[in-house]
Design a protein around this ligand. Structure first.
Ligand SMILES: Nc1ncnc2c1ncn2[C@@H]1O[C@H](COP(=O)(O)OP(=O)(O)OP(=O)(O)O)[C@@H](O)[C@H]1O
Length: 280
């Protein structure tokens, strides 16, 4: 598990991106940080792998303070996927996926074999392996980014708005793929998004953030949708607008996330029969 203990991040210049943030992120679950621009989501994520160090407080992974771990070693043991896939333009797809294993001195042939298997994992045709990133669609590039994030077989996968730059149809496909990966791989995933529907679809635990990384509400999608903690959360989840009007229904023991037109937007992964809310 990942634990934030009273974490504050003050950037030079005085911006307090995160203030006194404490939270446990359970192992093998997906925690989503959701909030509007500037609420500190990316800063929270980057403090886990020490791309950013906190000003105060600590972050522990399975009881070990990350401040005591060499940052390069830490970063090579945690998967990281970002919005712009971050692929190296002059390297082929397979070499991009194998980048970190090669840095960790995995033999080249083995790294290539593993990388090809990872293309299967993320639903990419192996025929694309020797293309360059510019020869792929945006959605394909993001899949390569996810494969690269998985290449060190990390326990933890950090994902910073990974599907933010693709069109809605591809975005939906990528979300479904991630749900499949969640079921198959059982990683601890920390996912950042400003899209509340994406947060509820993917998160086991959703953290709604106000400015300064202040927690407005933490809970399962069903809990937050059923009982928004305050007006801020209600506005954020769209409960007062009726526009999105996401709601949860229980059907045959599964919790389904429904949109305002009664279409199934997704299946929540942790449903217990009888705990879902009826449509509002
Ligand atoms: N390196 C930095 N130096 C100074 N201020 C920073 C730095 N990085 C982030 N900030 C500030 O910290 C605050 C939180 O930024 P952060 O990127 O964590 O927010 P976010 O919720 O991820 O936003 P977005 O959705 O726009 O990416 C913002 O006010 C931002 O301007």
């Amino acid at each position: 598990m990942i634990e934030f203990r009273h974490v504050t991040k003050r950037f030079p210049g005085g911006t307090v991106a995160v203030e006194d943030f404490s939270l446990v992120l359970p192992s093998r679950k997906t925690t989503v940080f959701a909030g509007s621009s500037g609420s500190g989501k990316t800063t929270l994520l980057r403090m886990i792998n020490r791309m950013v160090d906190p000003t105060e407080g600590s972050i522990e992974i399975d009881g070990v303070d990350v401040a005591t771990v060499d940052p390069v070693k830490l970063r090579r043991s945690i998967g990281y996927v970002m919005q712009s896939s971050g692929l190296l333009p002059h390297r082929t797809v397979v070499d991009n996926v194998a980048t970190v294993p090669l840095l960790r001195r995995v033999p080249r042939r083995q790294a290539r074999t593993d990388a090809l298997a990872l293309l299967d994992t993320v639903g990419l045709d192996r025929a694309l392996a020797d293309r360059y990133p510019s020869q792929l669609s945006g959605g394909q590039q993001q899949r390569v980014g996810v494969a690269r994030g998985l290449a060190v077989d990390p326990n933890i996968l950090l994902m910073d708005e990974p599907f933010g730059a693709v069109d809605p149809i591809v975005r939906s496909e990528l979300q479904q793929e991630l749900l499949r990966l969640k079921r198959e791989l059982h990683k601890t995933i920390v996912f950042v998004t400003h899209d509340v529907e994406e947060a509820f679809l993917l998160g086991d635990q959703v953290v709604i953030l106000r400015e300064g990384g202040r927690v407005a509400q933490v809970g399962s999608p069903a809990e937050i949708l059923a009982r928004p903690a305050d007006d801020f959360v209600a506005r954020f989840v769209g409960a007062d607008r009726g526009r999105r009007a996401l709601h949860v229904v229980t059907q045959d023991g599964a919790e389904l996330l429904m949109d305002s037109e009664g279409r199934v937007a997704g299946v929540l992964g942790h449903g217990k029969p009888g705990t879902g809310e009826q449509p509002r």
